[in-house]
Write a protein that binds this ligand. Structure first.
Ligand code: OGA
Ligand code: NI
Length: 363
C-alpha cells in the first residue's frame, strides 16, 4: 500500500500528535474484595465502590486487576484471534458480515465517516440476537442477527449451539466470563450512585444485545494521518477491553481535553462506561471519547466486549436520581432503535453525523 488512500485520512485537527502523554492517571482498581469470596467484608466493598465512583466521575475509564477472568482463557482467545486474522483475505471474507446480519468479519468500518485502519470479527453474545428491523420508531417489526462460526482456528467457535456433548468453544466461554464481570461492575456502579446493587440487572436478563469484537490493527505506513479507530464514545452500558502489549488506545482526559495514552498493564482489563450509563446517571458519569492510534512497525490486537441491554430497553435517567434540583437531562429513547440507527451509519460513509445521546438532551 504505497499510495495514501484518501478514505483513511483524518481531518488535520483529528490527526494524532507525535508527542505522547502517558496516562499515569487512569485508576487501577483491585477487584479482589468481590472476586475473592473468602475476603468478602462490607468495609472493603465500600472502599471499592468509592474508587469506582470517583473513576467514573473523573475519567470514565479505569483498569481492573484481580477480576476473576482466567488468564489461560484470555490467552486462548488472543491466540485464536491471531490465527484467524493471519489467514488470507479470501479465507476471512468467507465470514464477512452483510447488511442483514452485521456479525462476522469486516475490514472497511468507518468512524465519523473516515475509514478505520483495522479489520474486525464480531460475534453476538446471544444467538439469535433480536433487534428492530428499522430505526423508524413507528415500525414494530423485529429481525434477528446470527453468528458466523469460522472453521479455523479449531475450537474458536462452535457451529452446533445445542450439542450437550460438546464443550463450549473459546469464544462462548470467554463471552460468559465477560458477562459475569459486567454484572459485577454494574452492581458496583449502581451502588456508587446510591442505588440498589441490582438496579440495572433487569435490562440485561433477557435478550441482551451485547457483542464481542476481535480487532486487528495492521502496521500502518502513515500513522500520522490515519487512526485505528477514530474518536468516538461507546454507545452501550459498559465496555471491557483486553489490549495486548502494543499500546495505541488514547482517552480524552476530562480535566484538560488532552489525548492520554493508556499504558498496557499485563492481564488487566480496561473498563469504560458508555452513553447508557451517562444517561442513567443523568450526566453524573460521562461517557468519554477515545480513539486508537496505529504505528508503522507493530500490529496490534484488542478484544472489546460491548455490554448492551435488550433492544426494548427504554433508556432514561433513573428516577431515584431525579428531583427538582436535578431534573432529567435526557428524553427517553429505545435502545434497539438507537443501535439500528448507529449500525446503518457505521456501514458506509454517509453525509450525516451519527445519532448521539445528545440528540435526546433536554436543552
Ligand atoms: C472500540 C475501541 C479500543 C481498542 O472498538 O470501540 O474503542 O483499543 N477499541 O481497540
Ligand atoms: Ni470504543
Amino acid at each position: 500500500m504505497g499510495e495514501v488512500e484518501p478514505a483513511f485520512i483524518q481531518d488535520p485537527q483529528q490527526r494524532p500528535k507525535l508527542s505522547i502523554i502517558q496516562a499515569e492517571g487512569i485508576p487501577i482498581i483491585d477487584l479482589s474484595p468481590i472476586t475473592n469470596h473468602t475476603l468478602l467484608n462490607p468495609s472493603s466493598v465500600e472502599g471499592l465502590v468509592k474508587e469506582i465512583g470517583s473513576a467514573c466521575k473523573e475519567w470514565g475509564f479505569f483498569q481492573v486487576t484481580n477480576h476473576g477472568v482466567p488468564l489461560s482463557l484470555r490467552q486462548r482467545i488472543e491466540e485464536a484471534s491471531r490465527l484467524f486474522f493471519a489467514q488470507s483475505l479470501e479465507e476471512k471474507r468467507k465470514y464477512r458480515r452483510d447488511e442483514i446480519s452485521p456479525t462476522g468479519y469486516y475490514e472497511t468500518e468507518h468512524t465519523k465517516n473516515v475509514r478505520d485502519w483495522k479489520e474486525v470479527f464480531d460475534f453476538q453474545a446471544k444467538d439469535p440476537t433480536f433487534i428492530p428491523l428499522t430505526s423508524d420508531e413507528h415500525d414494530d417489526r423485529l429481525t434477528h442477527w446470527t453468528n458466523l462460526s469460522p472453521q479455523y482456528p479449531p475450537h474458536f467457535s462452535c457451529c452446533v449451539q445445542n450439542d450437550v456433548n460438546k464443550s463450549r468453544d473459546i469464544i462462548q466461554e470467554y463471552i460468559q466470563e465477560m458477562e459475569k464481570l459486567c454484572f459485577k461492575l454494574l452492581e458496583l456502579i449502581a451502588l456508587s450512585l446510591g442505588l440498589e446493587a441490582k438496579r440495572f440487572e433487569e435490562f440485561f436478563m433477557k435478550d441482551q444485545t451485547s457483542f464481542i469484537r476481535l480487532n486487528h490493527y495492521p502496521p500502518c505506513p502513515y500513522p500520522h494521518l490515519a487512526l485505528g479507530v477514530g474518536r468516538h464514545k461507546d454507545p452501550g452500558a459498559l465496555t471491557i477491553l483486553a489490549q495486548d502489549e502494543v499500546e495505541g488506545l488514547e482517552v480524552k482526559r476530562k480535566a484538560d481535553q488532552e489525548w492520554i495514552r493508556v499504558k498496557p498493564t499485563p492481564h488487566a482489563y480496561i473498563i469504560n462506561i458508555g452513553d447508557i450509563v451517562q444517561v442513567w446517571s443523568n450526566d453524573a458519569y460521562e461517557s468519554v471519547e477515545h480513539r486508537v492510534v496505529v504505528n508503522s512497525e507493530k500490529e496490534r490486537f484488542s478484544i472489546p466486549f460491548f455490554f448492551f441491554p435488550a433492544h426494548d430497553t427504554e433508556v432514561r435517567p433513573v428516577e431515584e436520581l431525579i428531583n427538582e434540583q436535578n431534573p432529567s437531562k435526557f428524553r427517553p429513547y429505545k435502545w434497539g432503535k438507537f443501535l439500528v440507527h448507529r449500525m446503518n451509519s457505521n456501514f458506509k460513509k454517509q453525509n450525516e453525523e451519527n445519532i448521539q445521546i445528545y440528540d435526546y438532551k433536554i436543552a
